[in-house]
Write a protein that binds this ligand. Sequence first.
Ligand code: PLP
Length: 401
Amino acid sequence: MDYVNGPGRNHLFVPGPVNIPEQVIRAMNRNNEDYRSPAVPALTKTLLEDIKKIFKTTTGTPFLIPTTGTGAWESALTNTLSPGDRIVSFLIGQFSLLWIDQQQRLKFNVDVVESDWGEGAKLDVLESKIASDNAHTIKAICIVHNETATGVTNNLAKVRQILDSYHHPALLIVDGVSSICALDFRMDEWGVDVAITGSQKALSLPTGIGIVMAGPKAIEASKTAQSLRVFFDWKDYLKFYQLGTYWPYTPSIQLLYGLRTALDLIFEEGLENVIARHSRLGKATRLAVEAWGLKNCTQKEEWYSDTVTAVLVPPYIDSTEVVRRAWKRYNLSLGLGLNKVAGKVFRIGHLGNVNELQLLGCLAGVEMILKDVGYPVKLGSGVAAASAYLQNTIPLIPSRI
Ligand code: PLP
């Protein structure tokens, strides 16, 4: 596979999978173990306790499932809902579209609220639906916190406020795949009933663990939910939690040790510092985009994402070519535009194990590529805008203070 090699490092700036820290790679470089030995349950117990911290929950029950974000979606839905249940779901980009497709294939009655791609969920429409649903026919609200395809972050506190102001009991089910452990996410405070993420995003692990956090109301709902489920059934996990052996089937030992190290690194940096770092990376990227004279796909500031920026290119440029050249010429991996925005946007992922100087390298690469494809950019303009901001805001590395 020589053709994938290039000198130096690949600059991985897709919005997941992301760069894995060297410490995590080393922690995973180990032999298999008997998962029924005392050691693996002891390790698992620490993981289940500590994973709650990144969701900001004390009351949630975590499930670490050998799957991806897509499986975590399915686990969240099938354990809490029954076929035919009415759910309100927001279509704002490719990942919410895929989730809605899954919801429909699982035979829920999906009330789709659609926005233009680049806009956030229409919460005014949610409010009118909730206000008129006196019979409580709506069983769940499904919302993607951060739409990775368009770089749009939805306001979950507002969703909770709408449900509470009408005393509506619908479950709040949140896709936090490209937000949790990078953006401000508060499961307990926002009354999120189920939240999910995947190991390859902000946790900066390989793909392979789908993380589902179920609040008490969701656990209660799982006792009567009629959706067919086998592999994803929380009941099997809960049985083994009671026994203290934790695993209904074989976990990846390597990923468990990787997760332990990933969490240790996050706690060493401090979760709030991790979130602040993402906020700097997001802002610096947006300043660069502005300096290039390009537009952000995200239509309003209130929806700006600090984990991914989707950059709109002028109509005479094909964004797919930007991504292709990034890889072929500069060893830089950018995200493609997906579906409706294919050819129109390229995406810069700035989440997980990445720092400000790495981002500046990426931005320098993007400038050269833009020039390559015929966009009249002033080389250095985006890097100058981003670095002027970063130079004023980067704190000392917390563990080195
Ligand atoms: N949800 C969001 C917001 C995503 O960004 C993704 C993947 O990028 C998924 C769900 C699906 O996750 P996976 O590809 O791990 O199945």
